[in-house]
Design a protein around this ligand. Structure first.
Ligand code: ATP
Length: 352
């Protein structure tokens, strides 16, 4: 197994900068998610690590060794892409064995390794089937077995589950995580599905316009986003604009909001992010908590979702979203005057 280091990497297509000075460390044995909107550079970064393409500047190391211009087949990397074409006329066994055959591996070794890989992806006994005799999830497993059969040092996955329907995808997420843990392989996967990134990854890198905007553990990024972009791309967030003032922010209507961290230079324009589930809705005449943040608002929509209630509340010219757990109390109805309250610790100062 091996770590992967990306240092100051940029990639140009003509004059277009697809990757702009990216530095990120993928530790040995970790499961990393690269998350970002379409066109942010996720696949480009994966292709550079794989050796299908080369950076214009910066350096990539695998297992502590600079890979420079080393071609893909010499990098010892397993890969699985969204379009993981299996050979349609070959059996499951031969599809998985293919990479070993072209490496001139001895027959007995091939049989052993393919058996091992098929057991790992729970396809033992289906060796003789052809791809068209398999379900979508089973085909995905064959592709995964093919990627890991030669014991690569690093596994790269580009939207590996996006072709599967929701139920299969969730099942495969659990499988992928189990397999990654069992073989302890450094895994980097690309997704634009934030939920997938949050559930699978040990760490997440968020990309935007070819730049790495934040890197950290899922909970760290969720609880402490550094930018309005990260806050809204990874989960839902209410953004409040104001001016820095002591240990808080003064909003447009003159009300004060205390923040988790000092908001910056006095009078500077700042943005605060607050997660919908951290806000509590109480009656308009409810007791004011001197320590907490609060806004008086009007419920514009109350949406019942079984275990939770989603409220959209109007405050100033802004809609504030609140997700409240259903604890059996009568919900507030549209038109109700309410007070929204939350802790300063849940008020995160982010860059606009
Ligand atoms: P998606 O989620 O849609 O797959 P992505 O984040 O993986 O997007 P990339 O495929 O890395 O994005 O592309 C990043 C940018 O680089 C895009 O604007 C894309 O159009 C551009 N790009 C990628 N490959 C090439 C190429 N070979 N020639 C020119 N431009 C390219």
């Amino acid at each position: 197994m091996a770590s992967v280091s990306v240092r100051g990497v940029s990639k140009l297509f003509g004059s277009f900068k697809a990757l702009d000075d990216i530095s990120i460390e993928f530790a040995d044995g970790g499961f990393y998610g690269l998350l970002g909107p379409s066109g942010s550079g996720k696949t480009t970064l994966l292709r550079l690590i794989a050796g299908f393409d080369f950076p214009d500047s910066g350096e990539i190391e695998i297992g502590g060794e600079p890979v420079g211009a080393l071609p893909a087949e010499k990098r010892d990397i397993g890969m699985m892409f969204q379009s993981y074409a299996l050979f349609p006329n070959m059996s499951v066994f031969d599809n998985v064995a293919f990479g070993l055959m072209v490496r001139n591996t001895a027959r007995a070794e091939i049989v052993r390794r393919v058996g091992e890989a098929l057991e790992l992806v729970r396809l033992t006994g289906l060796d003789d089937r052809k791809p068209h005799q398999l379900s979508g999830g089973q085909r995905q497993r064959v592709a995964l077995a093919r990627a890991i059969v030669f014991h690569p040092r690093v596994l790269l996955l580009d939207e590996p589950l996006s072709a599967l329907d929701k139920a299969l995808r969730v099942g495969m997420q659990v499988e992928l995580k189990r397999i990654q843990r069992e073989i302890g392989i450094t895994t980097i996967f690309v997704t634009h599905d934030q939920e997938e990134a949050l559930t699978l990854s040990d760490r997440i890198g968020v990309l935007r316009d070819g730049r790495l905007v934040q890197e950290g553990a899922p909970k760290e990024i969720y609880d402490r986003p550094e930018s309005a972009f990260a806050a809204t791309f990874l989960g839902d967030a209410n953004l409040f604009r104001g001016r820095a003032n002591g240990d808080g922010v003064v909003l447009a209507d003159g009300s004060r909001m205390r923040t988790a961290d000092a908001p910056g230079k006095a009078d500077e324009e700042v943005v605060c992010a607050v997660r919908p589930e951290r806000i509590e809705v109480v009656p308009a005449d409810g007791p004011a908590d001197g320590e907490g943040n609060m806004l008086d608002a009007t419920v514009s929509e109350a949406i019942f979702a079984g275990n939770s209630m989603t409220y959209l509340a109007s405050w100033q010219d802004q809609t504030v979203k609140v997700i409240a757990q259903n604890r059996g109390a009568e919900p507030f109805e549209a038109g109700a005057r309410v007070r929204l309250v939350w802790r300063p610790a849940d008020t995160v100062v982010v860059t606009p």
